[in-house]
Design a protein around this ligand. Structure first.
Ligand SMILES: Cc1cc2nc3c(=O)[nH]c(=O)nc-3n(C[C@H](O)[C@H](O)[C@H](O)COP(=O)(O)OP(=O)(O)OC[C@H]3O[C@@H](n4cnc5c(N)ncnc54)[C@H](O)[C@@H]3O)c2cc1C
Length: 512
């Protein structure tokens, strides 16, 4: 029997820039096997789960409940992963709560909605696996104390709405889910059914005769251990907090610093190193944006101009760097707005208006009072004010001739009631100085590309063959598999939990 460790593909220069929560012992992703200290003993687990997030915890719980000896390796000190930051919105059809409320819904209708919203760009096998098992997973959360917001489920409006009320979230957002998962996992950790190896980063997969048979993990003290297992589940999340990897895998910058700091893409790197391949790279989509604190990638979002017409009809116009309008500002479809922005340089636009609109329009920034809004034009780098449109354009970094022409054309349409882009809500022309602009940046907080798996969630090679012993679930699969080039509400968290549950419960042949 030959046992080898596998070198990782990223170079030293591409290593993630560590952030505030990353453990002190976190060093290179590509540690040479020779440099790894040997653990005192090799252990054999029935299942090794890498990552204690929405996918990993249910897998560990259900496998342990089946009698398996489970090792749960987690880079941070806590259970929950991205759920600590996530809104935790979930979608599931056919749940008990829907039935109680008289909502008639089926997984097939859920699938059809995802297909419609994504315009057929999802992986149908994986979506089916998720939505046809989602109700059971959601009911499991509810049965174990998940506290849902009253009045849910809803259709949802932050993304393209569902056709049926099947969208749920907790009173404390993602934390409501963490509480349930913790409650279920902790007794199994306490009684030793799950060994929780916290503050340990999985570094490399061990391959034996072509099958994955273990994981090399490194603790904060730098000491490495070889952990042997019959099966390994990679559930270590995405790469959205790793700007270098984000740029490499999506071809665009990571503009926002909003993702879980441990989302460094190490699981993807490990999967690639043993022969896996990536899917979904070309399906990147940014949201319709936020106002950044600074003009640099990995900036924080300080506020959001309300661009949902159902919440606040637009009084302003939106222009790109050429000063040109690129979307009908009051178009009801959020997906259409997002795809229009996706076609703009740097996924960036400027919201432009004049003094009359500034004074008359409803407060545009969610959670900001008037004083904060007004002050932003003197203190925040993404807010601009000028005596003329040309001066505004120069300050904001927009083409002056383009902006002047766009405003003239908009004003003409406003006067005649016939807008060039079909907009109908046009309460005022843009004529009175001073003029204003707010720069908005589109971004994504999740990882579009991910490891390819088959419909049994086994990691596969580009030729379709399975890498024996290796499974994957959660954001590590890439959001494109389940949402395609769209944002489908709740289609990260719910599938992650669902996959974790069914892998631990039945899909991984733990008795083999
Ligand atoms: C602000 C925000 C809001 C969101 N809102 C929603 C929403 O409303 N609905 C929705 O569906 N999705 C949402 N998402 C996305 C969703 O929350 C995530 O996709 C999902 O929680 C990911 O679960 P996961 O288990 O795959 O990964 P994670 O939850 O990221 O868990 C992975 C775990 O692995 C650990 N880990 C990483 N590398 C290693 C390593 N080398 N060794 C050991 N452990 C490691 C991490 O510390 C982490 O605990 C949101 C994301 C963000 C950032």
């Amino acid at each position: 029997m030959t046992t080898t460790t596998v070198q990782l593909p990223w170079t030293q220069a591409e290593l993630p820039k560590r952030q505030f929560m990353i453990g002190a012992g976190s060093t290179a992703v590509g540690l040479a096997a020779a440099k790894l200290a040997r653990a005192e003993e090799d252990k054999t687990w029935d299942l090794i789960v890498v990552g204690a997030g929405a996918a990993g915890i249910p897998a560990a719980i259900f496998a342990a409940q089946r009698g398996a000896k489970v090792l749960l390796i987690e880079a941070s000190a806590q259970l929950g992963g991205t759920l600590h930051l996530s809104t935790g919105q979930m979608s599931a059809a056919g749940t008990k709560i829907q039935k109680q409320k008289g909502i008639v819904d089926t997984p097939q209708e859920h699938f059809d909605d995802v297909w419609r919203i994504s315009k057929g760009t999802v992986n149908p096998d994986l979506v089916k696996l998720a939505v046809f098992n989602a109700a059971e997973a959601y009911d499991w959360l509810m049965d174990n104390g998940f506290e849902m917001i009253e009045g849910h489920p809803v259709k949802g409006r932050a993304h393209e709405p569902y056709s049926q009320n099947r969208y749920y979230w907790g009173i404390e957002e993602g934390i409501s889910i963490v509480k349930v998962l913790e409650k279920l996992a902790k007794p199994l950790i306490d009684n030793g059914r799950i060994t929780f190896l916290a503050r340990h980063e999985a570094k490399e997969l061990i391959v034996t005769n072509g099958a994955v048979t273990g994981v090399i993990a490194q603790g904060e003290n730098g000491k490495a251990s070889r952990n042997m297992g019959k099966f390994v589940l990679l559930a270590s999340g995405g790469y959205a907090a790793n700007p270098a990897m984000f740029e490499k895998l999506t071809g665009c910058k990571q503009y926002a610093r909003m993702s879980y700091p441990y989302s460094q893409g190490q699981g993807i790197t490990m999967g690639l190193a043993v022969g896996g391949y990536l899917r979904g790279k070309e399906q990147y989509l940014c949201n319709f944006g936020g106002i950044m604190a600074a003009d640099e990638p990995q900036s924080t979002v300080i506020g959001r101009f309300t661009t949902y017409p159902e919440r606040r009809q637009p009084w302003e116009i939106y222009v790109n760097v050429a000063g040109k309008r690129f979307v009908q500002e009051d178009i009801p479809s959020v997906d259409k707005r997002e795809h229009a922005l996706l076609a703009q340089p740097d996924f960036r636009y400027w919201i432009v208006f004049d003094d009359e609109i500034f004074k008359a329009a409803p407060n545009p920034i969610e959670g900001w009072d008037r004083a904060k809004y007004e002050a932003a034009f003197t203190s925040e780098p993404m807010f601009f004010k000028a005596a003329t449109l040309e001066e505004l354009a120069a300050k904001a970094g927009v083409d002056g001739a383009g902006l002047t022409a766009s405003v003239a054309s908009y004003n003409q349409g406003q006067a005649s009631g016939k807008d060039a882009l079909g907009r109908t809500h046009m309460p005022k022309a843009i004529v009175k100085a001073p003029f204003y602009a707010v720069r908005v940046q589109g971004y994504s907080i999740t990882s579009t590309a991910g490891l390819a798996v088959n419909k049994d969630l086994q990691v596969i090679r580009a030729d379709g063959s399975t890498i024996r012993g290796l499974y994957a679930a959660g954001e590590l699969l890439g959001t494109a598999q389940l949402m395609g080039s769209a944002f489908c509400g709740g289609m990260n968290v719910m599938p992650a939990i669902t996959y974790g549950k069914i892998l631990g419960q039945r899909m991984i042949p733990l008795t083999a």
